[in-house]
Structures are given as structure tokens and as C-alpha cells.
Design a protein around this ligand. Structure first.
Ligand SMILES: [Zn+2]
Length: 235
């Protein structure tokens, strides 16, 4: 059951949208480098302390997802819990990353589009808030921020041929689908960790907009605190 929580566009605040735009810029950099376009920014006190984007193909390590690598950079300077930090990521964190985020005590997660196949913030499993995980506090996770842009980036990636994949698939004949279904409908907020006034619970069967043929997330490299990446810079 899809328990992902989406904030209607009209209820999104400018601060969140501003940071998501920066996460999207990181995702675009990934796309430009033929990586699954997922980008993220970790923010504390109104400042970016880490930025990351997918580098799955570059490192050929499916476990080094963006969020995890950014956490590796953050922890030496920010001992858990990271309750004062908000993660902005263009795609809902997967189950693995959601678990890690909960274990380090992330304060809040804001994402773009849902992840119907691997989402750990409600789309597949509610690792973010499940009572079954009682060793670490739940965290707030809300989606829908620049959702269409995040979806279109993913579609553009999967439209193209992934030259770095173990078994590249020819997809040149596909037509880029531009129609995007509306955000899962708003309903009564039910998250115990979030104020009811600013968000809604998705009760729709699911955000079926992401025909993802492979896990989302991938390897990302983050930038240590206080640093901003060089324009177009890569390692
Ligand atoms: Zn992940």
C-alpha cells in the first residue's frame, strides 16, 4: 500500500522548492554524464552542507547510492542524530537509503517523485515511519517537489541507451512520453511525525508514473560541508 505523502504544489514553501531546484541541478549533471538522474542536497541552517549525484555507472557499485555516500561525508563533521538536517532528493529514497537515513537520525526528507519499485518512504515500504523499527526515531518524508521535472529526467535517461550498463538495451525507438499523471490525490494527513496542516497522504493505488527498469539511487559523490561544487565539476 502506498503510504507516501505528497505536498500539493500550492502548499509547498519557497525554501523547499529552492533547495529541490538545486537537487535537480545535481540530477541534471548525472544525466549529462549518462547516469541515472538522481541528485540530492543536504541542508542545515539554510546552507547546503553536501551535494551529491548519481555515479552508479562510474563506480559500478550498486550499493553506493547518493544518500549513503553523502552521509559518509557528513558523519565526521555531524555526529548523529542528524536531526537538524534536511535532505532534498529528486527521487524518493529507496528502502536501503531510507533505513540508513533513519539510523543516522535525519531530520526531514523532501523528495521529488515517488519510487514505486524501491521507495522506502511509503511507496513500497514505510521505513521512514514504521513502528516496526523502534530502535530509531521516525523521520518526516514528503514528496511532490518539482515532481514532474524529476520524472522527465528519469524518462529521458531511460529513453537513451545506457552505454555503461552491463547489457545495454536499445531504446532509441521509444517515444519520450511527456504526459504526467497528477500527483496522488490528497487525503487526510496521517503521518505521526508531520503536522497535518501542510501535507496530505497518498491513498492512491500508487504513483504509476515511473516505469523504472533498474534501482534508483546509484552511486553519488557528495561534497564535504560548506563546499559548493565547481560548476560542472566532477571528480
Ligand atoms: Zn538508495
Amino acid at each position: 500500500m502506498n503510504k507516501a505523502i505528497y505536498v500539493p504544489v500550492e502548499e509547498q514553501n519557497e525554501e523547499d522548492r529552492k533547495w529541490m531546484a538545486e537537487a535537480l541541478a545535481m540530477a541534471q549533471e548525472a544525466l549529462d554524464n549518462e547516469e541515472v538522474p538522481v541528485g540530492c542536497v543536504f541542508v542545515r541552517d539554510g546552507q547546503a552542507i553536501a551535494r551529491a549525484r548519481n555515479r552508479t555507472n562510474e563506480w559500478r557499485n550498486a550499493t553506493l547510492h547518493a544518500e549513503l555516500e553523502a552521509i559518509d561525508h557528513l558523519l565526521p563533521f555531524n555526529p548523529p542524530p542528524l536531526s537538524a538536517i534536511t535532505l532534498y532528493v529528486t527521487v524518493e529514497p529507496c528502502v536501503m537509503c531510507a533505513s540508513a537515513l533513519r539510523q543516522v537520525g535525519i531530520g526531514r526528507v523532501v523528495y521529488g517523485c515517488g519510487n514505486d519499485r524501491f521507495g522506502g518512504c511509503g511507496s513500497v515500504l514505510d521505513v521512514s515511519t514504521s513502528d516496526m523499527l523502534d530502535t530509531h526515531a521516525p523521520f518526516e518524508a514528503v514528496g511532490g517537489f518539482y515532481r514532474e521535472e524529476a520524472i522527465m529526467m528519469l524518462r529521458r535517461f531511460y529513453m537513451s541507451e545506457n552505454q555503461n550498463a552491463p547489457n545495454p538495451k536499445k531504446k532509441a525507438s521509444r517515444v519520450l512520453k511527456t504526459e504526467i499523471a497528477p500527483m496522488p490525490s490528497s487525503a487526510t494527513a496521517s503521518s505521526a511525525t508531520t503536522p497535518a496542516s501542510s501535507r496530505s497522504t497518498s491513498v492512491a493505488p500508487g504513483d504509476k508514473l515511473l516505469p523504472l527498469p533498474m534501482p534508483i539511487g546509484g552511486t553519488l559523490v557528495s561534497t564535504p560541508r560548506g563546499m559548493t561544487p565547481a560548476p560542472g565539476g566532477q571528480q
